[in-house]
Ligand binder design. Structure first.
Ligand SMILES: [Zn+2]
Length: 282
């Protein structure tokens, strides 16, 4: 069974149970007007957060939030100007996520915490731990651009298998003098998951220069090493790719990191292997 991001527990009931956390936040020494709003909003806030979990953060199914601008700021300020009594909660989340990869694309370069549903549109989820995830800048801006338009659900690493679920491969396409790369969603997923991954892939991963330039640099480095005679046979080349796949998996802890995808895919691509060994374009 594939793993999901396992959100830790704080061993402290007021941080561990979100309804209790909301009650706790409403007792903090905030500005009187914020406290008044939060106390009035508390019931809807708890309801919205429960819906977030039960609807797996699907924005289309979430209730429309009710608040005016200054009230919205009271919620946003819980994250932006975190009251000191709440900062332990935020700091712990940051620390726990600090070494993780981007939960959308597997990149190892991430911000420590970002909002899955952006705080500008969904301030009611501004401190919900399921909504605070490590996301790289590229995925974060693409994801935010989707919200409010044709946004459907994209992969959410708390509710969907992402970390250990092999979803994508790279296809190597040879031209007369060069090689091109395409990301392909595997057909081994069931229909529901296949649609989810396809949407995720189409709007978050496709048309990104990041993976293209990364794959190109990796492929060219092996072209050079093969030309230099570093690998004696198909066997030694495959051994190298297997080793690198294991290293990148251990680093990123996901099969959906760019390196892991590259090394896994090239081992299964006889044309790419032949090309590297014999340095020929068809
Ligand atoms: Zn990313």
């Amino acid at each position: 069974m594939a793993k999901k991001i396992n959100l830790h527990t704080f061993h402290d009931s007021k941080y561990d149970n979100y309804e209790e956390l909301i009650d706790y936040v409403c007792t903090l020494g905030l500005q009187t007007e914020s406290i008044n709003f939060l106390n009035q909003y508390k019931r809807l806030w708890k309801f919205a957060s429960g819906k977030y979990i039960s609807e797996k953060a699907d924005s289309i199914k979430l209730p429309t939030p009710i608040y005016v601008k200054w009230n919205e700021n009271a919620l946003k300020n819980l994250y932006k100007n975190t009251p000191s009594d709440l900062s332990f909660y935020i700091k712990t989340l940051r620390r726990k996520h600090a070494s993780r990869c981007c939960c959308f694309c597997g990149s190892l370069v991430t911000n420590s915490l970002d909002h899955y549903l952006p705080q500008e549109v969904y301030p009611q989820f501004v401190i919900l731990k399921e909504n605070l995830l490590p996301i790289c800048s590229d995925c974060n801006s693409k994801k935010n651009a989707l919200v409010g338009s044709k946004y459907q659900r994209i992969i959410h690493p708390v509710f969907d298998d992402f970390i250990d679920d092999i979803r994508i491969k790279v296809k190597f396409i040879f031209d007369v003098r060069s090689v091109d790369f395409r990301l392909v969603v595997l057909k081994t997923l069931d229909n529901k998951n296949h649609d989810l991954v396809k949407f995720h892939y189409r709007y978050l991963l496709k048309n990104t220069e990041v993976y293209y330039s990364h794959f190109k640099a990796l492929f060219e480095s092996y072209e050079d090493r093969c030309t230099d005679g570093e690998f004696e046979s198909l066997f030694t080349l495959l051994e190298e790719f297997k080793t690198q796949e294991n290293i990148s998996y251990k680093q990123s802890k996901t099969y959906n990191n760019w390196d892991t995808i590259f090394y896994r895919s090239i081992q299964a691509d006889i044309e790419a292997l032949q090309h590297l060994l014999h340095c020929m374009y068809p």
